[in-house]
Design a protein around this ligand. Structure first.
Ligand SMILES: Cc1cc2nc3c(=O)[nH]c(=O)nc-3n(C[C@H](O)[C@H](O)[C@H](O)COP(=O)(O)OP(=O)(O)OC[C@H]3O[C@@H](n4cnc5c(N)ncnc54)[C@H](O)[C@@H]3O)c2cc1C
Length: 354
């Protein structure tokens, strides 16, 4: 055997099988990224001819175990208790570690959220195993290697790095929200729910959650169903006021291209694209945005894209389902007024709907 072959030879991991997705929730409401992870998890599981498993931890969260099945899980491990209502590293990681020990998944996936990053990090260092953070592409090599190919932007987002974990199990990754597609919810889908015990007593948990203070006006681009995004075409920070009005009418969030963030017109949490957020809303407005690849990689998978640009040759029109060529300062207030009018008509009982 050559020294290269020896190096490439992997340990026998045949007792590790299946893909485990952590279902993140707050107050019994799951984060969309959990269903997106089940979506990609299902693809990987099918490729490896193995089971897709989910882990639901919380208080009164049995409904989420069912939801996980409707979103593609074959088997759901459910751990409930009042002490698990709010996320805390110690009990959540102990439960997950015990499950990893018992169920031996070959791959574990977490959302790259504050909670997912914390939990995955705590677990990976404890097992110990390899963890690729903030991935944007996931694939697997088929048997016999069954390696997870976890890719993420690297070196200031200029390169994509594909990272393998050859010598440890499970292979772990956190994945960005909005990148992967959830499967359509199928309430007819059947699966198995297995209740598991919390191995740590409440009095042994070192931290207590005294209060949970929701950040006001927090931008939640990844979860937004409508995003009204603006670019350099807005000309000045005031331009975003126009977009905010439209976003508020549609119950959406305001997004932005990078030059607007770099110029200080709006904060980075609004940025869409390679170095910002990856989003997949039902409706994305690209207003005064040219459509550079670094922007479109972050929004091209939106269900419906509407582009407003005065340049008919702007590349954004190649991505748009609906395009309006013209001056945004005329068009956007018009759309906002139309939305307001439609909403008023809808709530006016004297108007007969078509
Ligand atoms: C490593 C790297 C990472 C990057 N990451 C990101 C990223 O995450 N997100 C991102 O967005 N960019 C990113 N960029 C920058 C990207 O390459 C583009 O420069 C940027 O997306 C362009 O922004 P824009 O479309 O707002 O501006 P421009 O390209 O200047 O386009 C402005 C558009 O507005 C139109 N316009 C002007 N006035 C009006 C008007 N009155 N009415 C209607 N239309 C009008 C113009 O026709 C034009 O098409 C990155 C670049 C690099 C090198």
């Amino acid at each position: 055997m050559s020294s290269q072959q020896k190096k490439d030879q992997m340990p026998d991991w045949s007792d590790y099988r299946g893909i485990l997705v952590f279902v993140e929730q707050r107050d019994g409401v799951a984060k969309n990224v959990s269903w997106q992870l089940l979506g990609i998890g299902k693809k990987l599981a099918d490729k490896l001819d193995t089971a897709l498993m989910a882990l639901v931890i919380g208080d009164n969260v049995e409904h989420l175990a069912n939801e996980a099945i409707y979103h593609g899980a074959d088997k759901v491990y459910l751990c409930e208790g009042p002490e698990l209502k709010d996320y805390r590293t110690q009990p959540y990681s102990r439960i997950t570690l015990k499950l990893i020990e018992d169920a031996k998944p070959e791959i574990c996936l977490f959302g790259a959220t504050g909670t997912g990053r914390d939990l995955a990090g705590a677990i990976a260092t404890h097992v110990p195993t390899g963890l690729t953070a903030d991935t944007t592409q996931l694939d697997v090599e088929p048997s016999p290697s069954r390696l997870l190919m976890a890719s993420r932007p690297a070196f200031g987002e200029k390169l994509m790095a594909t990272i393998l974990c050859k010598n440890h199990r499970p292979q772990m990754a956190t994945a960005r929200a909005g990148v992967f597609e959830a499967l359509p919810r199928d309430p007819e889908r059947k699966g198995e729910i297995i209740r598991i015990e919390n191995p740590i007593k409440n009095e042994d948990i070192a931290t207590k959650v005294l209060d949970f203070i929701e950040k006001k006006n927090e931008v939640n681009l990844e979860e937004a169903e409508v995003i009204v995004a603006g670019g350099r075409g807005l000309g000045a920070p005031e331009g975003f006021k126009l977009l905010k009005e439209l976003a508020d009418e549609l119950g959406g969030e305001v997004g932005a291209s990078r030059p607007c963030v770099d110029a200080g017109w709006i904060t980075h949490e609004h940025q869409v694209g390679q170095t910002g957020h990856t989003v997949r809303p039902k409706l994305y407005f690209a207003i005064g945005i040219s459509g550079a690849v670094q922007h479109t990689v972050g929004m091209a998978d939106s269900d419906v894209i509407v582009a407003i640009n005065k340049d008919p040759d702007a590349p954004i029109f190649q991505f748009a389902h609906y395009g309006i060529v013209g001056d945004l300062f005329k068009i956007v207030p018009n759309i906002t007024a139309q939305v307001k009018k439609r909403k008023a008509e809808k709530s006016d009982p004297t108007v007969i709907k078509a």
